[in-house]
Design a protein around this ligand. Sequence first.
Ligand code: FMN
Length: 333
Amino acid sequence: MVDLSTTYLGLKLKNPLVASASPLSEKVETVHQLEEAGIAAVVMYSLFEEQVIHESLELDHYLDYGTESFAEALTYFPNIGRYSIGSDVYIQHLSQVKKTVKIPIIGSLNGVSTGGWIDYARKIEDAGADALELNIYYLPFDPELSSTELEETYIQLVCNVKARIKIPLAVKISPFFTGMANVCRRLVEAGADGLVLFNRFYQPDFDLEELEIVPNLVLSTSQELRMPLRWIALLYGHVQADFALTTGIHTAEDVLKTMMAGANVAMMASELLKHGPGRVAEILAELEHWMTEHEYESIKQMQGSMSAQAMREPHALRRSNYIKVLNSFKYLP
Ligand SMILES: Cc1cc2nc3c(=O)[nH]c(=O)nc-3n(C[C@H](O)[C@H](O)[C@H](O)COP(=O)(O)O)c2cc1C
């Protein structure tokens, strides 16, 4: 028997498979199915800053009927699906999920400003969450905003959220930072116990007939694993945090690579949304099979074995590999 156990944010997990924030946590029943299939933990879909603000604007509307800000807010926020549910419903749902399953449940907050909405961090803790994931999503479109200012906003937000909770905090970020390693180090110093790399951006498309912007969600492929894989391999041992890899994990091989890079857990959304919770059991069986064939006794044994720290030639993960990769391409007209 191989030992698949790992730890993440101080939680003892039976294996490294974690369901990433997505509609998979919308129904208690689906979370239960994920648990039955062997998932080690589930990250709840996010409660968005805009959701909380929208509610308070609605409240303002009743107090101050007819303001323009209310009309604008109505067009801004979609009145559909889970995003239109109240934040208290989110908290109740989390509490219900927590009561139904035994696996750890990680709450999720998604936003960027340091306003009153972050009080929901404590409400998530009070609802029984085992940890909190803070997804910071901001598109720096303003030419006056410098990267230093933006990074400072991130750091402040992490400090403020950390001050409100006792449970461990993970921070989910995008790959779009100039000084990625430096930002990661500072986020950890600000209080992040774990880093979730990377947030996946959904790029809007143009509808040429209607001349409208259309949201366009395309699920990931294993190809997209490479960027977070490389960064975790580079940061492992240099930034003192737990790592969760998100984006592009679809197979047992992807999970193995993720562990070898140095991640504590492998987070999955697209693969499970496409094939259902039962896919977890298949991946776990393939994982055990591969490890037995290759004489690995435990996940812990392989964690970080392909990181820059463990490699004899870590430059393969850095710039020098760039020319080698370009040279490896054979153009056959
Ligand atoms: C339909 C859908 C909804 C998602 N909702 C959230 C969310 O509420 N909060 C969040 O942090 N990430 C959300 N994500 C992002 C996933 O957690 C994950 O980071 C991303 O899909 C990349 O992983 P994957 O390649 O396994 O899909 C969502 C993804 C999908 C496909």
